[in-house]
Design a protein around this ligand. Structure first.
Ligand code: NAD
Length: 478
């Protein structure tokens, strides 16, 4: 039986085919125990009228091999084409995005010569769940979803990654001073899971000041775990300040499948000229080799690449008169790396990878929580913007112990005793609650009475408590 691991490969668009050929050449010459099977994705597939950019037969290969090595693709301009990256991430359940951001000073110019951090970004939740609504003529809403299971597995991944890669510290970025429930949960689970890793230092930063610190002193960080949106933004910042977005690779990891790629795009203007730097995709390949439990090969490739950097053999994008010695094309760069397989760098810190630890973990069962209903938030469209009139109408709907507690606009209380300075839009929220609790039937009856008052209901959110703790926040000023 062959000991080669099957890997699905897509050559992509623009510079994709050239950098994929170069990267695979290096990886195979290094002795990677992989067997590639090629699928077609991207521009050609989109232009054939497939709005997803990927054929059903390609999914068959991906589901079978469970490992995807992907070159960048071009998404055609114009509406109707879905992002292939988002589709792949969602279809394959790739919940963790891992992006090492390392500076290769003095061979690649950077203001941060000692930077060596890894961003672990939650990839499926947060504002990226794609749950958006128009509440009224003038108000849009995006739901930010943070879940316990989603946060648990990203935290677990971040700490396991730190252990495997001999990293000393995991930092959590979030903003739970404002988003007390969503980012609060993310933070809480960081603390809970972190407690299972006593040898790893833990710290947390509010994302704004944490981002400022990372941009200023990135060497202060090791592994940083973040929810989706902050991670999306800050992983590009981190890659850029390490020297160049062109050098970074990334891994998208799921419980079954994984995808490895460069973080840059298909650079169509550079295509077919033997110019592009294959490094981002090659280092994505290094992450893949570690994932495939071939750390020896990952090490050979990464070290040979560093030797090439040290010898000043550079593609046009990082070539600098003085530091660089030879400007080369994609193919020649790959040949230079192959020629250095087996060597270790002198100035740069040599790469060292180890096999993934095999752990089986029994998740603790959580005790059942007691849920109680206290009331309901009724979101309404009220084009006249006359708050007092809305309050008068809403108060006519009260009953069964359900009182009108307050009305807010964009989260700021406007009734009772609103401030004239508050900007009001045509979307309001009326909070009804009962001191003694209520029932779903009583809420439905209330909603009917609200409708009878000529109030247009847009949506509702139940006000519930979980083991006596409110499952909702107060409005500002409430
Ligand atoms: P890009 O990353 O392709 O290019 C940005 C700049 O960096 C260009 O000047 C380009 O020449 C340079 N560059 C990028 N990679 C390089 C490399 N390996 N070697 C040398 N120079 C390199 O970004 P863009 O121009 O905004 O996007 C081009 C296309 O790529 C778009 O269709 C976009 O949708 C797509 N894209 C795809 C992915 C992906 O598949 N993962 C990611 C981002 C963008």
């Amino acid at each position: 039986m062959s000991n080669l691991v099957p890997v699905t490969v897509a050559y992509g668009d623009g510079i994709g085919p050239e950098i994929m050929e170069a990267s695979l050449h290096i990886i195979k010459e290094a002795g990677a125990r992989i067997q590639t099977e090629v699928i077609e994705i991207g521009e050609k597939v989109y232009l054939r009228g497939n709005t997803a950019g990927i054929e059903p037969s390609a999914w068959e290969s991906l589901r079978r091999t469970k490992v995807f090595y992907k070159a960048p693709i071009t998404t055609p301009q114009g509406g109707g084409f879905k992002s292939l990256n988002v589709t792949t991430r969602k279809m394959l359940g790739l919940y963790a995005n891992v992006r090492p951001c390392v500076s290769y000073h003095p061979f690649v110019k950077t203001k941060h010569p000692n930077m060596n951090l890894v961003i672990v970004r939650e990839n499926e939740e947060d504002c990226y769940a794609g749950m958006e609504y128009q509440l009224s003529d003038t108000v849009m809403e995006c739901l930010k979803i943070i879940t316990r299971p989603g946060s648990e597995r990203i935290m677990r991944y971040a700490f396991e990654y730190a252990l495997q890669h001999n990293r000393k510290k995991v930092t959590c970025f979030m903003k739970d001073n404002i988003m007390k429930m969503t980012d609060g949960l993310f933070h809480k689970i960081f603390d809970e899971i972190g407690a299972e890793y006593p040898t790893i230092e833990k710290e947390h930063w509010i994302v704004d000041i944490g981002a400022a610190k990372m941009a200023d002193t990135p060497e202060a960080f090791d592994v940083i775990v973040m929810p989706n949106l902050y991670g999306d933004i800050l992983s590009d910042v981190a890659a850029q300040i390490a020297g160049s977005v062109g050098l970074a690779g990334s891994a998208n990891i799921g419980s079954q499948c994984a995808m490895f790629e460069a973080i840059h795009g298909s650079a169509p203007r550079r295509a077919n000229q033997n110019l592009a730097n294959p490094t981002g995709l090659l280092l994505g390949g290094v992450l893949m080799l570690v994932h495939l439990n071939q750390p020896d090969i990952a090490e050979r490739v990464h070290n040979a690449w560093m030797c090439t950097m040290e010898d000043g053999i550079h593609t046009y994008d990082i070539y600098k008169e003085g530091t660089s010695k030879q400007k080369v094309g994609t193919k020649e760069f790959a040949q230079a790396v192959v020629a250095r397989l087996g060597k270790t760098p002198h100035t740069l810190k040599a790469a060292h990878y180890s096999a993934a630890p095999q752990r089986t973990r029994q998740e603790a069962k959580r005790p059942a929580v007691k849920v109680a209903l206290e009331g309901v938030d009724v979101y309404v469209a009220w084009p006249s913007l006359d708050t007092d009139k809305l309050a008068a109408a809403a108060r006519k709907a009260i009953g069964d112990g359900l009182e009108l507690i307050m009305i807010d606009n964009r989260g700021v209380k406007v009734w009772p005793e609103g401030m004239p300075e508050t900007l009001c839009t045509d979307a309001y929220r009326c909070r009804f609650a009962s001191k003694n609790g209520t029932s779903s039937k009583q809420v439905v009856a209330l909603l009917n009475r609200v409708l009878d008052q000529g109030i247009e209901i847009v949506k509702t959110e139940n006000l519930r408590t979980f083991d006596g703790q409110p499952g909702y926040t107060l409005a500002q000023g409430q």
